[in-house]
Design a protein around this ligand. Structure first.
Ligand code: IMP
Ligand code: MG
Length: 181
């Protein structure tokens, strides 16, 4: 099966703008955790892989990387519908945990993760999100935010549509009509 090669998604956030913001966020995190022995960065697969890769390289504080995976996103599901399908390798007890996520939409995913991991006795738990849409169902405190974006389907820099477009170096808006099924 060969995916149709439609036009490239229209750029919303350029690779340069992302890189500049990642550097700023890293400086904030470096400052905030200057006294912590180590930061555990928890990337949410798969969308956050590129953001986590860049952010973790831009930091200077001692840090450790781990990943988790969730069941795929279904708009119709409620909070109970979010399910962990791959857990952390390390224990969270006593650690400074930073959840690194690609996008905040309804907030269900982050709210679930905060509840789940918050109950495991971390020394602290914070969230870092690359882009945020204006659709909160849950009141989520994002500690580090890249960009607020309009309510469009976005792809690139890790974000996908049906597992495509993840490797685009920028974030673009997808015109669903341009994508073959
Ligand atoms: P939430 O639980 O509604 O906040 O949704 C967050 C999850 O939905 C993200 O981790 C993404 O996997 C997915 N998602 C929501 N909007 C988009 C989008 O515009 N592009 C790609 N993935 C999205
Ligand atoms: Mg995701």
């Amino acid at each position: 099966m060969t995916p149709k090669r439609g036009p490239d998604p229209e750029a919303l956030i350029s690779a340069e703008a992302i890189a500049a913001r990642v550097t700023e966020i890293a400086a904030e995190i470096d400052r905030d955790y200057a006294d912590a022995d180590e930061l555990l960065m928890l990337g949410v697969l798969r969308g956050a892989y590129m953001f986590l890769a860049d952010l973790s390289r831009a930091l200077h504080i001692p840090r450790r990387i781990d990943f988790i995976a969730l069941s795929s996103y279904e708009k119709a599901t409620n909070l109970g519908g979010v399910r962990l399908i791959m857990d952390t390798r390390v224990s969270l007890a006593g650690r400074h945990v930073l959840i690194v996520e690609d996008i905040l939409d309804s907030g269900r995913t982050l709210s679930y993760l905060l509840r789940l991991f918050g109950a495991r006795g971390p020394a602290s738990i914070r969230t870092c999100v690359l882009v945020r849409k204006p659709n909160p169902e849950m009141d989520i405190d994002v500690d580090y935010l890249g960009f607020d974006i309009p309510d469009e389907w976005v792809v690139g820099y890790g974000l996908d549509y049906d597992d495509r477009f993840r490797a685009l170096p920028y974030i673009g808006m997808l015109d669903p009509g341009s994508v073959g099924s």
